[in-house]
Design a protein around this ligand. Structure first.
Ligand SMILES: Cc1cc2nc3c(=O)[nH]c(=O)nc-3n(C[C@H](O)[C@H](O)[C@H](O)COP(=O)(O)O)c2cc1C
Length: 158
């Protein structure tokens, strides 16, 4: 951290920028489903269709995503706070009781989400203590009847 920046103040200032909440999923080396709650998802390009998210290098699942050829972005709906919380914890059984189908490359697609994007990893960039993952969108779905979950100031907006 730079000399004059206070980490807590920076976090609070960044929290003034509301985001959606996603669960990013892929398959691990043993074809086991892997998923992480992520709010750093954003759009990059329409032609070609590219999106990005940033992944803490220290995260338990980070190695899996670094090696993943495909991943899926599940945009959570406002009724899915529990899913967001459970995928934000390090645990081997995040998928217990969670219904999903398989997208491109087998990446889990969760039920009743606001939207989903099935991606091929395009490039990884160094981003300090995070890795910036850029994905090419190969397929997507939007569910207009589901309102997206919003995260702001360290809390869900419900
Ligand atoms: C609302 C919310 C947003 C989050 N956004 C990110 C993010 O953008 N990138 C990230 O690496 N972790 C993010 N996290 C933290 C991860 O979900 C958390 O570290 C999780 O334990 C990672 O899974 P793992 O332990 O299996 O690696 C977020 C957590 C919450 C609750």
């Amino acid at each position: 951290m730079g000399l004059s920046l206070d980490a807590k103040d920076l976090r609070r200032a960044l929290g003034q920028f509301p985001t959606g909440v996603t669960v990013i999923t892929t398959l691990g080396a043993q074809s086991e489903p892997v998923g992480v709650t992520v709010s750093s998802f954003n759009t990059v390009s329409l032609e070609p269709p590219l999106i990005l998210w940033s992944m803490a290098k220290s995260g338990y699942s980070a190695k899996v995503f670094e090696n993943a050829e495909y991943f899926a972005v599940n945009v959570l709906g406002e009724q899915q706070v529990e899913l967001s919380d459970s995928f934000a914890r390090q645990s081997a059984d995040k998928f217990d009781g969670v219904t999903f189908t398989s997208g491109v490359g087998g990446s889990p697609l969760l039920e009743n989400t606001a939207a989903s994007f099935e991606c091929k990893t395009w490039k990884l960039y160094d981003g300090g203590d995070h890795t910036i993952v850029v994905g090419e969108v190969l397929a997507f779905q939007a569910n207009d009847s589901v309102m997206p979950l919003v995260f702001s100031r360290g809390n869900y907006v419900t």
